[in-house]
Design a protein around this ligand. Structure first.
Ligand code: ZN
Length: 214
């Protein structure tokens, strides 16, 4: 930030004011969501899925999206039930990666709930009562960091027991039990009788010059 102040003061001002650091610096993210994702890839993924539907009129577009979501929920729900591990693959991959590094860290117990964990790149404090590590990765992601894993291993415990419930297979199963229900064609939908309900006229459109892109 100091370097930015010299290089580009207005950017520095914007980042310190309009864009509070809690929104763009991982170190200041709230641990509440157990998510350290800083990109908007999730929107891009959604956009690519609805690319065809986007070109349609509003009702047809929403119907296409609803139908594809109905199927997606069914496919995901069926898949997770048959998946044979306590945490889904993306989380398992992270756990495995951090697990592999844990053997080079040594945890020393203080006799209560704290551990001092030393290793090749420093020394941290793991608290097994609060489920925190001073590196903050555990709180931030909901997945035990290498230091926490070293501690869990020392106690002969199972790492997946300490992964946030947000990321458990059992939570995913519950999540995908909320299915969408099939509905009849538009012509058989009941007319709205709600106060202030209006008949929607088609949009007034002016034909653009040249051949339209879509
Ligand atoms: Zn840590």
């Amino acid at each position: 930030m100091d370097a930015l102040q010299t290089e580009y003061p207005s950017a520095h001002q914007w980042l310190s004011g309009v864009a509070p650091k809690e929104k763009w610096v991982k170190a200041f993210f709230s641990p509440h969501t157990c998510c350290d994702v800083i990109l908007n890839n999730i929107c891009e993924t959604f956009n690519s899925k609805i690319a065809l539907a986007q070109e349609k009129a509003i009702i047809s577009m929403l119907e296409d999206i609803r139908t594809s979501q109905m199927e997606r929920i069914q496919i995901r729900g069926q898949w997770i039930k048959s998946y044979d591990h306590a945490v889904p693959p993306v989380i398992k991959e992270l756990v495995d990666k951090w697990y592999a590094r844990a053997s080079s860290w040594r945890a020393t117990w203080n006799g209560q709930s704290s551990y001092q964990v030393s290793g090749p790149s420093g020394q941290y404090v793991v608290n097994m009562r609060d489920l925190t590590c001073s590196c903050r990765l555990w709180q931030l992601t909901g997945i035990p960091c290498t230091h926490a894993i070293a501690t869990i291993n020392k106690n002969g415990d199972d790492v997946t027991r300490f992964v946030s419930r947000y990321y458990l297979k059992s939570t995913m199963i519950m999540l995908y039990e909320n299915v969408l229900y099939p509905i009849n064609e538009v012509a058989s939908w009941p007319k709205s009788t709600a106060d202030g309900s209006v008949e929607l006229a088609p949009p007034r459109s002016k034909r653009q010059r040249g051949r339209p892109e879509t």
